[in-house]
Write a protein that binds this ligand. Structure first.
Ligand SMILES: NC(=O)c1ccc[n+]([C@@H]2O[C@H](COP(=O)([O-])OP(=O)(O)OC[C@H]3O[C@@H](n4cnc5c(N)ncnc54)[C@H](O)[C@@H]3O)[C@@H](O)[C@H]2O)c1
Length: 290
């Protein structure tokens, strides 16, 4: 039976709070590289679902040869539960509960009070202010954003989001963790939309305004970016995949924080109002036959 070795630079004991779509992916990423991972969920039913998600991701990574270890060994390093107290021996905990301010603050405080003084705490928030969350904590120096992308196993990017009080040592260490996970870190000082959402949404909103003004069709605008700039997917098709409602929410947030250049175009508001939310509803800027 093959044995997994912890990849140097990674914490040996990692916790993940919330084992949904992202939390399960994050748990899996650390398991593949040899860490012991504890996932804490809100109730027994959610914990069971989280276990199934992580185990299924583990089985798939073994099938595609992403790791030398075997399923039994990998799963033996996974624990799933509902008790926050069990997180107390973790060296790093990544919070991945839903994107709700009060929920995140309660969750982060609940973890922090159980962790050792020198343990690190990260949030996978995709839009909330890391500085704002840090203000709610007692040890802001030990806190930062680790913004994983969906689906975690296929994505090679992690945004390391530094708050103004994140310790320089943690900033260096977090970059090493990302490399040890086989991914690339983009280091961002906390700002609305970090680097990825801000730039991705800016391009998408301009593409929508171009459709609105009749400059070119959605297909041709996307092809200009795919063929001319080697983007793997055009900004409008990406919007369809992400969901027009999700993009509208982010644009409204960036509009309120960064100003008029992020004002959502009327075409986006109209499509959302009509229920044309992209791939999930069968129609957005493109048609998505089931
Ligand atoms: N889905 C994406 O594409 C994506 C990408 C990057 C970042 N994010 C961010 O990741 C975070 C999680 O998103 P998701 O898509 O995985 O959500 P999700 O709804 O799939 O998962 C959230 C999980 O948290 C659990 N949970 C809820 N309250 C809890 C509590 N008090 N304690 C423990 N567990 C609790 C839920 O049971 C659920 O399993 C959000 O902050 C989101 O913005 C999401």
């Amino acid at each position: 039976m093959s044995e997994s070795q912890l990849t140097p630079a990674l914490p040996a004991r990692v916790g993940v709070l919330g084992g949904g779509r992202m939390g399960a992916g994050i748990a899996h990423a650390f398991l593949v590289k040899g860490a012991d991972v504890l996932v804490v969920e809100r109730d027994e039913q959610a914990a069971e679902a989280a276990r199934e998600r992580v185990e299924s991701a583990a089985a798939k990574s073994i099938e595609r040869g992403a790791t030398d270890t075997n399923l039994d060994e990998m799963v033996s390093r996974l624990a799933v539960g509902v008790d926050y107290d069990a997180l107390k021996d973790r060296q790093l905990v990544v919070e991945a509960v839903p994107e709700d301010w009060d929920l995140k603050v309660t969750a982060l405080r609940g973890i922090e009070e159980r962790l050792a003084e020198d343990a690190c705490l990260a949030s996978n928030t995709s839009s909330l202010s890391v500085n704002g969350l840090a203000k709610e904590l007692r040890r802001p120096g030990n806190f930062l954003g680790l913004h994983f992308f969906n689906p975690v196993p296929a994505s090679t990017l992690i945004e390391v989001v530094l708050g103004e009080h994140t310790s320089p040592g943690l900033a260096v260490e977090a970059k090493r963790w990302v490399e040890a996970l086989g991914k690339t870190a983009v280091v961002v000082n906390d700002a609305p939309g970090f680097a990825s959402s801000r730039l991705g949404v800016a391009i998408a909103l301009e593409a929508m305004r171009m459709v609105e003004e009749g400059v070119a069709s959605a297909e041709d605008i996307d092809n200009a970016m795919v063929l001319g700039y080697r983007h793997p997917t055009g900004p409008l098709r990406t919007t369809d995949i992400v969901g027009l409602d999700v993009r509208l929410g982010i644009a409204e947030y960036l509009h309120s924080t960064l100003g008029d250049r992020f004002a959502p175009p009327q075409i986006l508001r109209d499509k959302v109002a009509r229920g044309e939310l992209g791939r999930k509803t069968g129609k957005g800027f493109f048609d998505w036959p089931s």
